[in-house]
Design a protein. Structure first.
Length: 550
């Protein structure tokens, strides 16, 4: 490059505390990001990619992580030993960060427009209120948010996940920084919102000449957006290069392992689900509630489910897919009796379970159990894993001896050591917590498992392990499963049939092969077209084939 890179990291070492499983969170990390360049860092959880970003921004937790050596240069200036005041001046002005979860990064008590305006008040030149307001509205329009004059008065909880992420991008762009660090900004978004955010970042890079360091565990996103790729494992860079070369011809075994774990649209289950004896029947289900709206003075009626009818067969896995707000989670909550439909029926063994009282549901709830998206939030942090697993069956009169026997059986099934019973949720990785969450649901010996986005926040290799585990559990225990996801390729790998939902309505239902190859609904075709990294599946398949012995 003729001019110095926007960001240059030289031999960065970040120490872990003595109790860690390795000495360094990041070890001998060197990389550059040029003007108008998008560099992706990929790797599993714990690979050091977010630690590297935190070191650049000066956001490492002081009592846990410490920079030992190395240099960080921003536009040629060494900021390795910058003071807190100097870093504050650089953040927002010369560099900015987009965090993974905007709901926790945004202030829930401030309107989003005021949060953007605050950046100009702290970092910008002296501007009057009218000039700041104009810039706020321009930024909201720049990130393609609807009705900026109205939306700037919204609170974060009043926006969708995709809209909150756009607000975070607007805040990052406020002072037109030379460098933007995006830490997993699309992980929890559905495919259409994800595609919109990726297009937005592409366009902003071109319009503002910004360099972007994009952190992700999703190779589909890498294929869509990256100019160069850096692969990290256990704190070290194990491979780097041009994105097309790394994706098509990975050199390191770890990179090949990650690519092989990417869902490729292969159909892992047969399409005979509809021919199975029905275990659960949903007939004309409707769910309506009233809500206040940012864009209307009066409360309005929202139809979360509209005339939804489907069946779940014995031993079948039924995928339910759609964007945020499509009604898929509401459907799952109705099946598990966490929400009560306003019309229609849910029949199980001839009984309408949607109209049961709390006392009546107590006799049925063992048959339908739910696995939630965020296992950490679904566990009590003050309760050991053993107590959490035992609570359900103990409440139904099971003996302590039988409960312990069942716990040990299920921990073995989900590949968790028995010593986990005495430990707490925070002592496990995300993938381990999800395995324990599955074991907890199975403690009640259910007939049906409802999995709500159970793998959406996991990196690709852990995701593949959990999908294999769910399939093993279904086959060995004879379960039926409702698998809710926004990832169509994950659904194709695991599910016998797929139901596609939009705005509370069932748009189509059919075998995974039929939905992918011959979609009947225009909406399904839009979802398929929005999947990032369309060429990655073919590249990963070729990589896997090349790695097989002759």
């Amino acid at each position: 490059m003729s001019s110095p890179p926007i960001l240059e990291i030289r031999d960065l070492k970040v120490c872990l505390p003595g109790t860690g499983d390795r000495r360094y969170a990041a070890e001998d990390v060197s990389l550059t990001v040029g003007e108008r360049e998008i560099v992706c860092i990929v790797g599993e959880s714990g690979s050091g990619k977010s630690v590297t970003a935190g070191a650049v921004m000066g956001l490492l937790p002081k009592d846990v992580l410490r920079k030992e050596s190395g240099q960080i240069l921003l536009s040629g200036k060494d900021i390795t030993h910058a003071t807190l005041g100097e870093l504050r001046a650089l953040r927002g002005d010369r560099m900015a960060m987009i965090f993974q979860e905007p709901m926790t990064a945004l202030n829930p008590l401030m309107k989003v427009g005021d949060q953007i305006a605050e950046i100009f008040q702290f970092h910008g030149p002296a501007l009057n209120g009218r000039e700041i307001e104009r810039r706020v509205l321009d930024l909201l329009a720049d990130v393609r948010l609807p009705s900026p004059p109205t939306l700037r008065h919204a609170y974060p909880h009043q926006l969708s996940g995709g809209q909150r992420q756009r607000v975070m991008i607007a805040m990052a762009l406020a002072m037109e920084p030379a460098l933007i660090i995006a830490d997993e900004p699309t992980t929890a978004l559905d495919v259409t919102s994800q595609a919109q955010v990726l297009r937005l970042l592409h366009g902003l890079r071109e319009r503002h000449n910004t360099g972007i360091l994009f952190i992700t565990h999703d190779f589909d996103v890498v294929a869509e957006i990256a100019d160069r790729v850096i692969v990290m494992q256990q704190g070290r860079i194990v491979e780097s290069g041009n994105a097309a070369d790394v994706l098509a011809r990975p050199q390191h075994p770890y990179t090949r392992k990650l690519l092989e774990a990417v869902p490729k649209g292969a159909f892992g289950a047969d399409g005979a689900g509809g021919a199975r004896a029905p275990l659960l029947q949903v007939e004309n289900l409707g769910m309506r509630f009233t809500t206040s709206s940012l864009f209307r003075a009066k409360r309005r009626v929202v139809d979360a489910l509209v005339d939804v009818s489907l069946t779940l067969g014995e031993g079948e896995t039924l995928g339910v897919v759609g964007e945020s707000g499509s009604g898929k989670t509401t459907l799952g909550r109705c099946l598990a009796h966490f929400a009560h439909p306003t019309s229609g029926r849910i029949l199980m063994q001839g009984q309408d379970i949607s109209r049961l009282t709390r006392a009546q549901w107590r006799q049925w709830c063992k048959r339908i159990q739910m696995v939630f998206q965020d296992p950490y939030r679904s566990f009590n942090p003050r309760v050991t894993i053993g107590a959490a697993l035992a609570e359900g069956p103990m409440n139904y009169g099971e003996t302590p001896a039988r409960v312990r026997e069942r716990m040990l059986e299920l921990l073995d099934l989900v590949s968790i050591d028995a010593s986990a019973l005495e430990r707490y949720p925070h002592e496990f990785s995300g993938g381990q917590r999800q395995r324990i969450s599955i074991a907890r649901a199975l403690m009640m010996e259910p007939r049906i498992l409802v999995a709500d986005e159970a793998v959406s926040a996991l990196d690709v290799s852990v995701q593949a392990q959990i999908l294999d585990l769910l399939e093993t559990v279904r086959e060995r225990l004879g379960l039926s499963m409702v698998f809710i996801t926004h990832d169509l390729r994950v659904a194709a790998r695991l599910c016998h049939r797929i139901a596609v939902m939009q705005r509370g309505r069932l748009m189509e239902i059919g075998s995974a092969e039929q939905v992918f190859s011959r979609p009947r609904s225009a909406y399904t075709r839009e979802l398929l077209a929005a999947i990032p990294g369309q060429q990655l599946g073919m590249a990963a398949t070729a990589t896997a084939a090349a790695a097989m012995p002759a």
